[in-house]
Design a protein around this ligand. Structure first.
Ligand code: HEM
Ligand code: MTE
Ligand code: MO
Length: 467
């Protein structure tokens, strides 16, 4: 019997377009699935996410593939094996502060490798109400610390009259365990649309700097109560410090108003679980802050220190970043002290399907997306237009109805409709309304700001229709 042809990972990776052919691997086996892409029951675009690489990370997200008939189907496309000699052991380059960062899911669209910043592609983002941990968007400012759960301590710095606490993970588990589903959004989500109006400083996030998880942990108010905290006139902020730091030893930090921290209904967590698992390293292992309804920047990961202070955190990210300004303010005139730090975020929505520039079939069409508002304000409606905003349809809202003032998680939505006959293109637009009747602005230019934050104009997608 002849031995199968051997291929390197690099050769497999060079086959990821219709022109070159589309190859994937499972275990050590190599498959040419070019002919199958158009037949895939889950759609061509999903299969293409795995083109040129391993199927395992994707099939881990979709258990539907754990069936004999799927394996048999795949077996028909086998063309060879991965070269076993190629497996060089990874070397840890110790001078690189990012060398110890964790492995990431290959579906993530990387905006910056070091520090790691990445978002899930739109076709995966709204597949599930709860975002699977491996594709939850990641926003790191610094290398990921590698913390030992056995020696980890969280320092709660006592107020005058109170006591300081040094809590182990075990100590934290002793507080009542509180669970809450919360959507986290970066202030820079959809920044790339602002860049198109005029250059801004920041990572080019598309629509994916937002994700939803079920978080569990101790409530911050319970922990502060144990520290014997008594409200005083001068203490107004709770400051958080991460255990990630730059070469000068400066740690990531942020703060929230004390009133939010102490309000049990605000459900601020010191979270140690994400979707039933210990926090992944990228998302703050072993403990992070979760502040429902508030901008991602305050959800401090790898939490090392909590203190109650008369002033906001002195961190760069509290005082010199994550603030909004008028479109006419530029880097020569900006006065960061003149604007408040972003806390609650405005109403937001985006289309995840179809995608901008796509060509679709005439007939029935499904438009999908997400909508969310800050501060616990519920999304009450999503309007979708196929003609650039002349006429509107109300989309169906999926996902959980949430208690008033505590709508911490997004709603996914969809609209099933038909494309008017003879139509050559569609200008699809979405806009959401929250329960304070806040709406999204129709264009980007009037909300443009030098840092490209708070980008929440109507989301627009242009698609072609096959004649
Ligand atoms: C469904 C095969 C890659 C996502 C299916 C089914 C088959 C299949 C046979 C139908 C299973 C059933 O209903 O019993 C394959 C093969 C792949 C591949 C051979 C690679 C060569 C992927 C990838 C993704 C994906 C990379 C995601 C990123 C899905 C989804 C469904 C599905 C979401 C469910 C569709 C539905 O019924 O709603 N796939 N798949 N597949 N696949 Fe794949
Ligand atoms: N916490 C620490 N310690 N370091 C960070 O870089 N980034 C913040 C916040 N918490 C950050 C952090 C920002 S700006 C965002 S948007 C969220 O974490 C992102 O959380 P995620 O990576 O779990 O999605
Ligand atoms: Mo962020």
């Amino acid at each position: 019997q002849e031995s199968p042809p051997l291929y390197t990972k690099e050769e497999v990776y060079s086959h990821r377009s219709p022109e070159t052919g589309i190859w994937v691997t499972l275990g050590s086996e190599v498959f040419d699935v070019t002919e199958f892409v158009g037949l895939h029951p889950g759609g061509p675009s999903k299969l293409m996410l795995a083109a040129g690489g391993p199927l395992e990370p994707f099939w881990a997200l979709y258990a539907v593939h754990n069936q004999p008939h799927v394996r048999e189907l795949l077996a028909q496309y086998k063309i060879g094996e991965l070269n076993p000699e190629e497996n060089v052991p990874p070397t840890l380059e110790t001078s690189d502060p990012y060398a110890d960062d964790p492995m990431r899911h290959p579906a993530l669209k990387v905006n910056s490798q070091c520090p790691f910043n990445a978002e899930p592609p739109p076709e995966l983002l709204t597949e599930n109400y709860i975002t699977p941990n491996p594709i939850f968007f990641t926003r790191n400012h610094l290398p990921v610390p590698n913390l030992d759960p056995d020696t980890y301590r969280l320092h709660i710095v006592g107020p005058p009259g109170g006591q300081s606490l040094s809590l182990s993970l075990g100590d934290l588990y002793k507080f009542p365990k509180h669970e809450v589903t919360v959507t986290l959004q970066c202030a820079g989500n959809r920044r790339s649309e602002m860049t198109r109006v005029k250059e801004v400083k920041g990572l080019e996030w598309r629509t994916g700097a937002i994700s939803t998880a079920r978080w569990a942990g101790a409530r911050l108010c319970d922990v502060l109560a144990q520290a014997g905290h008594q409200l005083s006139e001068t203490e107004a902020h709770v400051c958080f410090e991460g255990l990630d730091s730059d070469p000068t030893g400066t740690a990531y930090g942020a703060s929230i108003p004390l009133a939010r921290a102490m309000d049990p209904e605000a459900e601020v967590l010191l979270a140690y679980e994400m979707n039933g698992q210990p926090l992944p390293r990228d998302h703050g292992f072993p403990v992070r802050v979760v502040v429902p309804g508030v901008v991602g920047a305050r959800h401090v990961k790898w939490l090392g220190r909590v203190s109650v202070e008369p002033e906001e955190s002195c961190s760069h990210w509290q005082r010199r970043d994550y603030k909004g300004f008028s479109p006419s303010v530029d880097w020569d005139t900006v006065d960061f002290d003149s604007a408040p730090s972003i806390q609650e975020l405005p109403i937001q929505s985006a289309i995840t399907e179809p995608q901008d520039g796509e060509t679709i079939e005439p007939g029935e069409i499904t438009v999908k997306g997400y909508a969310w508002s800050g501060g616990g304000r519920a999304v009450i409606r999503v309007d979708v237009s196929l003609d650039g905003g002349l006429t509107w349809h109300a989309a169906d809202l999926d996902g959980e109805e949430q208690p008033p003032r505590k709508a911490w998680a997004w709603r996914l939505w969809q609209l099933q409709t038909s494309v008017p006959a003879g139509q050559k293109e569609l200008n699809i637009v979405c806009k959401a309304v929250d329960d304070s009747y806040n709406v999204q602005p129709d264009t980007v230019a009037p909300i443009w700001n030098l840092r490209g934050v708070l980008s929440n104009a109507w989301h627009r997608v242009h698609v072609h229709i096959t004649p």
